[in-house]
Design a protein around this ligand. Sequence first.
Ligand SMILES: O=C(O)COP(=O)(O)O
Length: 237
Amino acid sequence: MNQSPIGSTSVDDHPPLRAVVFDAVGTVLHPQPDVVTAYHEIGRQHGSSLSRDEVGRRFREAFTSRAETELETSDAIEYEFWRYVVGKVFRDVVDPEACFRQLHEHFAQPTSWRFDSETERVLTALGLRGVVRCIASNFDARLDGILDASPVGPLFDHRVISSKIGYRKPHRRFYEIVLETCGTTAAETLFIGDEPAADREGPAQLGCRALLLDPGCSGEENCVTQLRDVLCFLEAN
Ligand SMILES: O=C(O)COP(=O)(O)O
């Protein structure tokens, strides 16, 4: 077990943890191949001659251009956002709409994703302790199909998906709905995820405990390097 700083978080005054809420993409779920490789390959099939590096640069620019204030959503809004991203990345494809549809469908396929190798073990261990396990994601309704196709899917007691509830992380309402869904108070609930604003600061503002998952963190408070550190955190709290 690596020495992450989880023990440094003293929460003696908190009630026991009764729920763990996992972010999806970048935490328990990873695209295979990675997003840039998939975009580059599918773009190429549609006539794009962009380099992989250029695809990556354009993707990051388009993806991060989303206003932090636009946190209300729906499946239609998510669909249009992804159409916008693909359009920003590829201006040299023969049929932009066909390219977009293929990419959108690609990321709906369970075979385009893999679960972190520790997910099943961590969820099973939490279940044996009677801890509620929730997946809470800014991904859209495509996540349902991916979870339904995996043995990992039924190990989550609840799913909260932003496009279905109308709010994206870090909108406060998103976390409130997670708590209502889990039936736990903020202090009884631990969030874990790879995005500081969405997965750590957002839930912490409501009084939840929250861990950033970052393989590169060292010594930082409320940051762990691997998924199974959640179990150590529960032991220590
Ligand atoms: O924005 C996304 O699609 C990623 O969503 P997630 O990291 O909250 O699962």
